[in-house]
Design a protein around this ligand. Sequence first.
Ligand SMILES: [Zn+2]
Length: 83
Amino acid sequence: MVHKARSHSTPNYGKWWRCEECAKRTFADKAAAKRAIREMRRDGEPVMHHYAACSGNGRHVGHIPENVRRGYVTRADVYGAAA
Ligand SMILES: [Zn+2]
């Protein structure tokens, strides 16, 4: 695979799909989600977190909610056992 300059329009975060419930980006498992988060950070995205998909199938990846960033909720509350 030829590596050109990374672009947000052509992400390469491995296998993912849109959640059938909420259309959020969904990864197969924690390892896949973490890999994708690392790639996103490399692309200049802020730190993301992953959590159980609402459909019960896979992990969602999303931006850390504002209340976590402000310290109202601990990161452990968001990351849970995956921290
Ligand atoms: Zn969902």
